[in-house]
Design a protein around this ligand. Structure first.
Ligand SMILES: Cc1cc2nc3c(=O)[nH]c(=O)nc-3n(C[C@H](O)[C@H](O)[C@H](O)COP(=O)(O)OP(=O)(O)OC[C@H]3O[C@@H](n4cnc5c(N)ncnc54)[C@H](O)[C@@H]3O)c2cc1C
Length: 289
């Protein structure tokens, strides 16, 4: 498989990238790590005439703690940079663990967190944990900048609210008091496999009392989704095993999986039940400490 011919332009600023995307229209695409866009071009699934590379935009490569905002992750941070960030390890280890479970070392060295989100693939690993943690994304263009709650970003498989001239510049995990969080992924291999089911949980625990909880499911619906009925069952309650089992069942009922070569819908739904219970137990135990 060979890459078809295309024009390549390396943007030197977000403004230049936005201007190029606006003037060239839908036949131009952003290139970040290229781990998704280049295989799709080789497979002739997409045929952009121009790739606008944003890899030189050094301003999108930092991970920092910003007063009043939270942890801000630049869209061009690679999976390995997310995994090794000491700030994220201290504040949100679950995000680092998610990166660690993704792909293989070569892909983790070049694939970016921004590309993983804008791709909008239902099985992508970062969205569930970021949604559970209440993250927002910043979309920037020459007509302005807007902040979108990540759970409102996705509109369907490979579809999102991002406009042609917009660049996802950063992901913000707000200060929200979550003291336990985790992501469990089931793939067909231990590494390098896409999620057949992904479940993420974030909790605010006060002793045995669950003050707040968010459960996000990946790979079991056209977009990542929240299991809101399961959350409502747990919120404000003292947690016991029976409640966790019931929450697992409610999360399974909220999922809308398909059957494909990687698993039947029935199997996926049952895995949501099991993984939700396990994730809740792990996140709650962290919150107790
Ligand atoms: C072998 C292999 C294994 C993989 N394993 C996993 C896995 O375990 N889990 C997982 O979730 N994914 C996996 N992937 C998918 C892929 O690596 C990731 O989704 C990766 O994060 C994509 O990022 P990228 O920088 O390479 O995106 P690119 O390929 O550069 O871009 C992807 C899409 O997003 C757009 N885009 C990229 N960045 C921006 C931005 N900042 N603003 C606006 N648009 C943007 C591009 O135009 C393109 O449409 C795997 C891929 C391969 C090839």
């Amino acid at each position: 498989m060979y890459l078809p011919d295309f024009d390549y332009i390396a943007a030197t600023s977000v403004a230049e990238a936005s201007r190029l995307l606006a003037s060239l229209g839908p036949e131009a695409k952003i290139l970040a790590g290229g781990t998704d866009v280049l295989p799709m071009m080789k497979q002739e699934t997409i045929a952009p005439k121009t790739l606008v590379s944003i890899t030189r935009l050094d301003g999108l490569k930092a991970i920092s703690l910003e007063e009043g905002r939270g942890v801000v992750i630049g869209a061009l941070c690679t999976h390995n940079e997310v995994m090794k960030s000491s700030l994220l390890q201290e504040k949100y280890l679950s995000v680092c663990e998610t990166a660690h479970r993704m792909a293989n070392n070569q892909i983790r060295n070049i694939g970016t967190i921004g590309g993983n989100i804008t791709n909008a693939v239902p099985s992508a690993d970062f969205p569930p944990i970021l949604i559970a943690l209440g993250a927002t994304v910043t979309l920037q263009s020459n007509s302005g900048s807007r902040s979108v709650l990540l759970e409102d970003f996705f509109t369907g498989p490979r579809q999102s609210v991002i406009r042609q001239d917009e660049i996802l510049t950063e992901i913000v995990i707000p200060v929200n008091g979550f003291n336990g969080s985790t992501y469990h992924k089931f793939g067909l291999r231990r590494s390098g496999a896409l999620a057949v089911v992904g479940v993420a949980v974030a909790v605010v625990m006060e002793g045995d009392l669950c003050k707040d909880v968010r459960i996000a499911l990946g790979a079991v619906a056209p977009t990542p989704i929240r299991a809101r009925e399961a959350e409502a069952l747990l919120r404000g309650k003292e947690i016991n095993d029976a409640l966790l089992e019931e929450a697992g069942k409610l999360a399974a009922a909220a999922s809308k999986p398909i059957s494909d070569m990687r698993g039947s819908a029935e199997y996926r739904r049952d895995m949501v039940r099991v993984f939700t219970r396990r994730c809740l137990r792990k996140a709650i135990d962290q919150g107790h400490v």
